[in-house]
Design a protein around this ligand. Sequence first.
Ligand code: ATP
Ligand code: MG
Length: 392
Amino acid sequence: MQEIILAKYGEMALKGMNKKSFEDVLVKNIKRRIKSLGRFDITRAQSTIYITPEDEYIDTNEVMERLKKVFGIASLCRAGVCEKNFEDIKEKTVEYLDEILSYAKTFKVNAKRADKSFPMKSPEICCEMGGVLLDRYPHLMVDVNNPEVTVTVEIRDTNAYIHAENIKGAGGLPVGTSGHAMLLLSGGIDSPVAGYMMAKRGVHISAIHYVSPPYTSDRARLKVEQLCEKLTGYCGNIAFFCVPFTEIQEAIKNNCPEELFTIIMRRLMMKIALRICEKEKCLALITGESVGQVASQTMSAIACTDAVCSIPVFRPLIGMDKTEIIETARKIDTFETSIQPYEDCCTVFTPRHPKVSPLLADVEAAENNFDFSPLIEKAVNNTELKIFHFED
Ligand code: ATP
Ligand code: MG
């Protein structure tokens, strides 16, 4: 019996947005995410995308796993395909939902008749189908308010579909409908989660990472690349920019007061990121900062960082506790990679007593002791680009 997948996107997500372009992007993202699994026919009607496998060998479980990560899908279900006559619908319902109905105690039938030429009206379909199922499964009882299983019969243009289980989708908006931003991606727990959260709001993500060899190892960089790879399941393709940062960090160390190392480093990271954003047409920066977590994440430190930024800096984790961040990191499977113990450039020259409430004037004065612009220029020019594609 043929099985298809229905992906539903809640109308809520469409408020104030151009529905057609929203759908176009969602369909394109779905196609990209599953195309390596075989051929599919993909159509849409009434806030639902119909995904029909066209190759025998297609692994529907894997299709579901991938679609669960596609933002913009509110819920997913597998459905059995029937001919548009009630005899076939009855037969296939019992065949397709046998297991689930054998174990359930209560159920109800829900009918949706998009094709108004179908000879039975929705209440009639519900009533007839309810009777069929009660005869076939005598242990079942009808519960219209809180049923364990809702058997849905949908009569559409070419076929009828039956399904019983709705699985929660990733929610959010399709990646690409909210513009393009640059994620400052370290190897830590926080920044991958920040990227995930902005992608969920429809933002297409590129990532920038600063390395300081020989103080940081190849393994540390590799770990960040692994994080990028993991994020592609949610974010789609990610352009990854790797910036050589050693000379800048050494210049900070040799020319600036130790208590301001971190904040100056953060400002220089931003300046480089802004240059890459300009080239890549990114409209915002994203970081994994959360207020009060470390010395560089106090309000005054954040103000000093933002003072060099001419575009918005999104900090989706700003009000989250570490435990909440870790929960999400586990859910999106970045946690285990993030906790691998490789050094980050931030930890290389960590001051013993970082200034908790730096004043912008002091920071600017300290920076003016040294002309960082040639080093910034060099770092930008030597930045390496690698594209991470979504792969199985
Ligand atoms: P994370 O868990 O994301 O590493 P953190 O708690 O370690 O965050 P910081 O070290 O203060 O906090 O870094 C704050 C933010 O600065 C990070 O979330 C990230 O966005 C950015 N960042 C830090 N180090 C790097 C780096 N080497 N490359 C790119 N971005 C970085
Ligand atoms: Mg970190």
